[in-house]
Design a protein around this ligand. Structure first.
Ligand SMILES: Cc1cc2nc3c(=O)[nH]c(=O)nc-3n(C[C@H](O)[C@H](O)[C@H](O)COP(=O)(O)OP(=O)(O)OC[C@H]3O[C@@H](n4cnc5c(N)ncnc54)[C@H](O)[C@@H]3O)c2cc1C
Length: 416
């Protein structure tokens, strides 16, 4: 009986386990599929997603949005055509979902537990073994063709397998990968950004609807996002900022457009017309009063300060170009990532160049697959990261099952 060891019982590991065990069951091939999980239960990472609701996929997945987009495009293309195979996988498990804004998919019951429940139930039905509290510390690759992998655990035990799926997520240790596979130390991204605090500390917890451009030190735009921005005393947060954080470097600038619906060329005209209207009845019109009803007072004060306009002075015609510039590109200097505990993924991990995108199998180590966030793949918010975890897990699970079908019946069991 062939053995498949899946290291890590998160999103990608469970998708790989269910896929492999289901394929073996459907073909009537005996096989042992085990999930080794460091935590005392599988799937805890899934429960934390989407604020407990699990934005598990997106209706409009675009491979171009991923880091290492060509590799991801080949991998997603290798899943069967027709309806999205990740969605078909979950439909087969019984999950029902609904679509929210921007194609985000959530389970109908609105709870991440629904997603984990269908995965665990299928895993149990197909005979997957869950081995929790088992932290893998090293994987010894076969020393001869047809040989077995030896997986060493922190508790001193050793497991043996014909194929291994490494699904240990963004914190994957370099030591788990064989030498020769490129590896970039991972750093958290997809989270809040720390900025110069002179402005933001006066705006803590205020939200604005805006568009934000991330510009490099030379002023060249690197990325743009629209949505809600949340000011924090250390910087800025919100989905638009999370997405920009994937490209941000210290020294970059965020240029916040506080009038995102208005083309830049129309802004001065709008401000002139507003000035005429608000002063038509002879009321005094200070610069602060000019922005009243348009921006939150604290935001208005910050914009005026940025523009170098004293709030109490009368709003003059000559103020229009300066104010228009500050409203369309309110600048914040990026200092680095903000609260790393809020970051949703880690950038880095195993170099995709070492893997076949159709199977996620290491080119130099047949039978070893690396999936999910353990690979150097990440994407914006919106269900993209979990979609990758499921998709890569399914591909690796399929390929590993195929390998097990051809493996000899030389099971060794586990020992110290
Ligand atoms: C707060 C938060 C919210 C998120 N929300 C979303 C969302 O709504 N939508 C979305 O698409 N993405 C979301 N993400 C990202 C998403 O959760 C990850 O991209 C995804 O879980 C990665 O799947 P994975 O299987 O590669 O890793 P994980 O799901 O992290 O699973 C890795 C597993 O391996 C185990 N493990 C690690 N090392 C070892 C070891 N040595 N031995 C044995 N086991 C080990 C871990 O305990 C863990 O169970 C969110 C992330 C966070 C942090």
């Amino acid at each position: 009986m062939g053995r498949l060891a899946i290291i890590g019982g998160g999103a990608a590991g469970l998708a790989a386990a269910v896929t492999a065990a289901r394929e073996l069951r459907m073909l009537g091939v005996p096989g042992d599929v085990a999930v080794y999980e460091a935590d005392e239960r599988v799937g805890r990472s899934i429960l934390a997603t989407g604020n407990g609701r699990c934005n598990f996929s997106n209706a409009r997945i675009d491979a171009g949005a991923y880091r290492n987009a060509a590799f991801v495009g080949s991998a997603l293309g290798a899943l069967t055509a027709g309806s999205d195979p990740v969605h078909a996988f979950f439909a087969d498990l019984g999950l029902v979902w609904r679509e929210e804004g921007e194609g985000r998919l959530y389970p109908l019951a609105n709870k991440a537990t629904s997603v984990l429940d269908v995965l665990r139930a299928a895993a149990a039905d197909f005979g997957v073994r869950e081995a929790c509290g088992r932290r893998a510390v090293r994987i010894d690759v076969p020393d001869r063709p047809g040989g077995r992998f030896h997986i060493r655990f922190a508790d001193g035990t050793v497991g043996h397998a014909d194929a291994v799926v490494l699904a240990t997520g963004g914190r994957t240790a370099r030591e788990l990968l064989p030498e020769g596979i490129g590896f970039a130390a991972a750093r958290p991204v997809l989270g809040p950004l720390r900025t110069a605090t002179d402005v933001v500390r006066h705006l803590n917890n205020l939200r604005v609807r805006c568009a934000v451009t991330l510009a490099g030190p030379d002023g060249a735009p690197k990325a743009r996002e629209a949505g809600e921005l949340l000011f924090r005393d250390y910087g800025v947060s919100g989905i638009a900022v999370f997405n920009l954080s994937r490209f941000a470097e210290p020294g970059d600038r965020l240029l916040v457009d506080l009038l995102p619906q208005m083309p830049e060329g129309d802004c001065a005209g709008f401000l002139h017309a507003r000035r005429r209207r608000l002063s038509a009845d002879g009321r005094p019109l200070s610069r602060e009063a000019f922005l009243r009803g348009m921006l939150l007072p604290a935001v208005a004060r910050a914009v005026l300060e940025e523009a170098g306009l004293a709030p109490g002075a009368p709003f003059a015609k000559r103020d229009v170009p300066t104010l228009a510039a500050a409203l369309k590109a309110f600048p914040l200097e990026v200092r680095g990532m903000g609260d790393e505990r809020q970051c949703q993924v880690r950038r880095g991990g195993a170099d995709v160049a070492a893997f076949d995108p159709r199977t996620l199998e290491a080119r130099a180590v047949p039978g070893l697959h690396v999936v999910g966030e353990a690979l150097d793949v990440d994407a914006p918010c919106g269900g993209y990261n979990l979609h990758w975890a499921w998709a890569s897990g399914i591909l690796a699970g399929r390929a590993a099952a195929t390998r097990l079908m051809g493996s000899d019946d030389v099971a060794q069991g586990e020992g110290r």
